[in-house]
Write a protein that binds this ligand. Structure first.
Ligand code: COI
Length: 356
């Protein structure tokens, strides 16, 4: 086993912790962060855990101008026995490297990243909340730091991990959310960066998101960028429909994020012998199913969102109410299975959790 050189400098000024009811999503950060630098010709170096602090970057740092950046999102949980569990962190670092490749960012050593993450979580262990529905959200990200205004891959980067104790991502919690099906704007196209977890995809989703929230909808459902017809994803989550007993989710096509919760839920469905299909699905098919009374459930999956039931879609001028605006049986089962595995109350038959 390789031993990695990671230095640790502990804070002398610990922050005050929040109470559970003060936890929203991603507004409070723990006492420490992990940082590692990259310099062309030298590779990644100076892996260190340091007190949480602002970054000092040159205003010409390339990330500010051309958006060369990638990120991940994963969670740590504390069990009733006071053990700490990470959920599928290896998959996050693998996906981070896939995003790196698309954005011309040098890949990281996934084992080093995992070791750094474990050490960071142990240092800030007391920040992991233990109330139901809470967790420690972990945000690894990489930014291009070379001070240069030419358009080319940066020669310098920082890989950083920050952590935030969180409650639920949506104010609705586990109650169904309302989603507006976007008709005009698109999030990504095949051949673009839709599959990569990079800031630009999220920046381009803001306009649609803003219009959706003005109409009282929590999120936007993105359709494909070419025909504006096929369901892609919600932006903060992948999407599933249950139609006539079968669960359907859009197949990964290069412009949809390959969600780790998406993959986990497909495996859970298969293990429970609930039919599940990954395929292209036009929103018209969802609409027809709703009219025929066979649209039984809809839900989103994501690290931040967990499993989020969808109670309503707005498509053009039509409102589609799903399952009377209530959480469906399969959605509830998936929510209980996922959160049970994550917080250690259900046996992890899939080997997804890593105990620290
Ligand atoms: C996550 O679920 O971790 C994400 O990265 C989505 C983010 C937009 C909150």
């Amino acid at each position: 086993m390789t031993t990695y050189q990671i230095t640790t400098e502990l804070t002398t000024n610990k922050k005050q912790k929040m109470t559970v009811d003060q936890l929203g999503f991603g507004q409070i950060f723990t006492d420490h962060m992990f940082v590692m630098d990259y310099t062309a010709g030298q590779g990644w170096h100076d892996a260190r855990i340091i007190p949480y602090q602002p970054l000092s970057l040159d205003p010409s740092a390339m990330v500010f101008h051309y958006g060369q950046t990638v990120f991940e999102g994963l969670k740590a949980f504390v069990t009733a026995e006071n053990e700490v569990l990470l959920f599928r962190p290896d998959r996050n670092f693998k996906r981070l490297n896939a995003s790196n490749d698309r954005l011309c960012i040098p890949t990281i050593d996934e084992e080093l990243a995992l070791e750094a993450l474990k050490q960071l979580v142990i240092v800030d262990r007391e920040w992991i909340p233990n109330a139901p529905g809470t967790s420690l959200y972990i945000r690894p990200f990489i930014i291009a730091t070379e001070p240069y205004l030419g358009v080319s891959p940066s020669k310098k980067y920082q890989f950083i991990i920050i952590m935030s104790p969180v409650g639920s991502y949506y104010k609705e919690g586990i109650n169904p959310v309302k989603i507006l099906v976007e008709q005009h704007y698109v999030r990504a196209v095949v051949g673009g960066t839709g599959e990569a977890k990079t800031g630009g995809n999220y920046a381009s989703s803001l306009k649609g998101q803003e219009l959706a929230s003005k109409e009282g909808y929590s999120q936007t459902l993105w359709l494909d960028g070419k025909e504006n017809r096929y369901v892609e994803e919600v932006g903060s989550m992948n999407i599933f429909f249950k139609i006539n007993g079968k669960v359907i989710t859009p197949a990964l096509n290069g412009s949809i994020l390959s969600g780790i919760t998406r993959d986990s839920m497909i495996q859970v469905l298969k293990s429970k012998n609930i039919p599940v299909e990954e395929r292209q699905i036009a929103f018209e098919e969802v609409l027809e199913a709703a009219k025929a009374g066979t649209l039984e459930e809809a839900f989103g999956t994501g690290t931040a969102a967990v499993i989020s039931p969808i109670g309503e879609f707005k498509w053009q001028d039509e409102k589609i109410i799903v399952n009377n605006g209530e959480i469906g049986e399969v959605t509830q089962t998936l929510y209980e299975t996922l959160t049970g595995i994550q917080n250690g109350t259900i046996e992890d038959a899939f080997g997804w959790t890593i105990k620290l």
